[in-house]
Design a protein around this ligand. Sequence first.
Ligand code: S3P
Length: 172
Amino acid sequence: MPDRVRLALPIVLIGPMGSGKSRVGQRLAASVDAPFVDTDLRIAERYGPIDEIFEREGEEYFRIVEREVVAEALLEEAVVSLGGGAVLHEDTRSDLADLPVVWLQVSSEAVAPRLAGGNRPLIANGGIGAWKAILEERTPIYAALADLEIDTSRRSVARIVDDITQRFGGHR
Ligand code: S3P
């Protein structure tokens, strides 16, 4: 029987909306037999739907509760996928400096169908134009934090999981 790949945990997925952090995170976690934490889902479980938090309380409040959930998740032995803007928080950036971080990238052409029908508040009005502007602003932050960059535009989830386990994995 082949050895199961072992990863040092937590391992963290960052990148813009629609880059595949949740899909890849889930599959990566299953393949290394680790828990998976999606910080957006945890925020929603605790505080209600994200679009409603933005609408009721605004982005600044959202970033505060996001930081609380992210800080907690980064202490867990898990595959952790962060919301696209979590890296805006300085404390999160300093936590990530010591952890293995994968930056999932995606082209605007490939992301458009992935975002369709979603209810992400930051692009609710501006669509793909807003997505591009936000990405441009955050690209230097993602670049500074990443230990591995993967363009997910035309790559299968299985290949992406392999890329990550090859870079960070050992065997047991
Ligand atoms: C956001 C990304 C979303 C979610 C919120 C804000 C952002 O997560 O946290 O809508 O600022 O980029 P995903 O990256 O999982 O879509």
